[in-house]
Each structure stands twice: as C-alpha cells, then as structure tokens.
Design a protein around this ligand. Structure first.
Ligand code: SF4
Length: 268
C-alpha cells in the first residue's frame, strides 16, 4: 500500500470543509499535524472507515538531519566487514593490529574493527564518523604534496565554497577574533603544529584531521583599520584522498567541536 509522503497527499483525502470538529483550524492544519505524527488520520470524523483503515499509520515522516546521518553511519559501518583492514591500513596511513585498523585523527587514536565497531579517544559524532569511514572505505593512497590551496581551488570546491565559508571559515574567524586563547587551544586539544607564517599570515597552524588530509589554518590579525582575516587551506591532493563532500563534513564537524569547546572553556 502506498505511503502518504507529504501533507498534501493527506489533505487530498479530507473533505476540505474546515469544519474544525477535529479541533484544528483548517483541514490543511490537520493534514500537517497527521504528517508530523501529532494526530491520527482517523481523528477526522468525516473520513469513511475504508479510508481510515487504508491509511492509518501510513505516513512517512521526513527524517531529521541527525537521523539521516545516523543511518549513513550505520550503512558505512556495515561495509567495513567487506574490506581487508590490513591492506587498508597501508593505503590510508594507519596501522593494523588485534583485529583493529587505527588511524590518527587530530593526534588521537581512532580504530575500527572487522565488524565495523568504532573505538576512539575523541568523541565520535556523525559529522566526524561519516568522513572518517568514507576515508577508510575509499580514500587515502595519494601522498601529501605540501602545496596548500584554498577550498575553492579544489576541483569541486568552487560550487560548495559559499556554504564552506558560511559554515566553516566564518565561525572559526569569529572564535579567533573573540577568544585570545584560540590558537593555544588548537595546538593543545587538536595536536596542531605551528609552522612558519605562510601566506604572510600572523599565525599558521597545521592540523591532521586524517593522516593524508592535513588542514592549514591561517589568521591575519586586524591592523590599521583593516579587519582580521581567516582562511583554511588543504593540500592540493585532498580530493584524491577524500571526497569533497566528506572534506566539507569533516571540517564542519571540527568547527562544531571547536565552537562548543570555545564557548564552554575559553576565557576572553
Ligand atoms: S474534522 Fe476533518 S473536515 Fe473538519 S476540519 Fe478537521 S480535517 Fe477538516
């Protein structure tokens, strides 16, 4: 039997009299409530028994992003038993022992066993688990070149760059501007490595969210009436080692983690 996939499909079944006997202001409001799972279709007294029996419990509620992401993690974990973790360890810059492939994420261990179970020293949320599992399943192999490029200059980066700026660079710039201990935290918590000031930036820090996908953070302090500036760079090989969507998800996950830490702990 077909599911009711949206509010309008439910609305079409109603008599559209807006009689309010269901205590909703309109039939459309009732249909929306049914679709959200707040009301049962049988609560409209004007529907015949056949329609109620046919469609009761047949609404397909739209999943939240969190539910979608949890499903994606479960699907990716389900693929792990099909790969050779020993060979994968060589490909992705990890090591294999005691039935576990281990890679370093921000300087911490992240392991997956042959049954797809995850073990980690850092909190694993779906924003992190999805790109890391994609990296293990399909990424890696290409050596890091040492040439840094902005996200927009990655082969498929330009079209995603506005979202990347909004969700990744802008929030990190705000944290950098606001919290004086921002860079010290990057070094301490995320195992960042301070490097020579690249691109004439005042501060340059390299992070390793994945062994073959390093990230360079550059910050230019405000001066002489000019605003500060903040940019993230990736190795020119980044897309060879990780799909562009996973690069975005991984960075957004890092930003989310860092914002939470900054808000909770940082001292202005
Ligand atoms: S009781 Fe049925 S017909 Fe009346 S407003 Fe509610 S949904 Fe519409």
């Amino acid at each position: 039997m077909a599911e009711l996939k949206n509010t309008m499909e439910i609305f079409k079944l109603l008599d559209k009299s807006n009689c309010r006997e269901c205590n909703e202001k309109t039939c459309l409001a009732f249909a929306a409530a049914v679709f959200k799972g707040k009301r049962q279709i049988g609560e409209c007294p004007h529907l015949d028994r056949e329609t109620i029996e046919k469609y009761s419990g047949k609404t397909k509620r739209a999943q939240s992003i969190e539910e979608d992401m949890a499903d994606a993690v479960a699907q990716l974990k389900g693929k792990i038993p099909n790969i050779d973790l020993t060979a994968t360890a060589d490909r992705v810059g990890g090591r294999f022992s005691n039935d576990k492939l281990t890679i370093r994420i921000f300087g911490r261990n992240f392991s997956v066993d042959s049954n797809g179970r995850l073990f980690s020293d850092i909190h694993i949320n779906p924003w992190l688990a999805i790109p890391v599992l994609n990296y293990i399943l399909e990424g890696g192999e290409t050596p890091v070149s040492g040439k840094w490029v902005p996200f927009r200059e990655l082969s498929n980066g330009m079209v995603r760059n506005p979202l990347f700026q909004r969700r990744c660079e802008d929030p990190l710039k705000r944290v950098a501007d606001e919290y004086t201990d921002f860079f010290a935290d990057l070094l301490d918590i995320f195992d960042g490595k301070q490097v020579d000031n690249l691109f004439d930036s005042d501060i340059s820090i390299v992070l390793y969210p994945l062994p073959l996908v390093p990230m360079l953070i550059c910050y230019w302090k405000p001066e002489e009436g000019m605003e500060s500036s903040f940019h993230l760079f990736f190795d020119a090989t980044a897309e060879d080692n990780l799909h562009i969507d996973s690069i975005y998800t991984l960075t957004a996950g890092f930003v989310h983690m860092f914002e939470k830490i900054a808000i909770r702990h940082a001292v202005k």
